[in-house]
Design a binder for this molecule. Sequence first.
Ligand code: ADP
Ligand code: MG
Length: 253
Amino acid sequence: MSTTILEMDNVTIRFGGLTAVDSVNLNIQEGTIRALIGPNGAGKSTIFNLITGIYPPTSGEIRFLGQKINGLKPHLITEMGIARTFQNIRLFGDMTVLENVMIGQHCRTKANFIGAILRSPGVKAEEKSIVEASLNALEVMELGHKKDELAKNLPYGEQRRLEIARALATNPKLILLDEPAAGMNPQEKQTLMSMINKIKSMDLTIFLVEHDMKFVMSLSDRIAVLDYGKKIASGTPAEIKKNPAVIAAYLGK
Ligand code: ADP
Ligand code: MG
């Protein structure tokens, strides 16, 4: 039997007069790839911001493995097992590839200031596990051999993979990818697609926002469609392709 990893229950957020996300209900099953598609401004990134605690919803509830998470601080949500990437690249260009991954794990650092100064055995063990997790994540994204290069010197497609490595290193159960293939060439997209499938096979659940329809249709188990903040459809790729409301939302613009 499948387990529901994430549930959104009537989730709404208003920014002043704008209802960016409007009474959205959504369930994601563990171990699947779920996509969220819709025109620009539909509210896709805002849904990621709600799940990761950047904004509290105006109303509604979000549950992760049955536990209510809305209202929790972002770092607590990361610790519980939700990681994300952002629509625009957020790397430190003058830091190395490995450092860029390690920096994503500050949530795991429990060492206090004194502990850090004394470099107690506990702190050293913690540092070691952060390095190990970071190297593992880089291996998954096939960037291990580039760990000492500066992030700014990687080709664009590898920079985007580096961001996924950073999210993976926090040891998530659910990973949110906001337009991971944007700006990639077909070869880079193909590589990314096989890596996302590899992540799925590692028992992770993936929630994906992406505009490239071929990419979305071939990767996803289920797709939800958002338009003006409202969920207008949900189903398998085959169902979504022939859904009249979806066709209207896309062709109407
Ligand atoms: P998408 O990712 O689907 O392109 P977004 O979620 O980024 O869309 O945005 C949905 C709508 O919410 C847009 O109209 C956007 O301008 C608005 N919005 C997003 N964040 C904020 C904010 N912090 N303050 C005001 N409006 C916002
Ligand atoms: Mg967006």
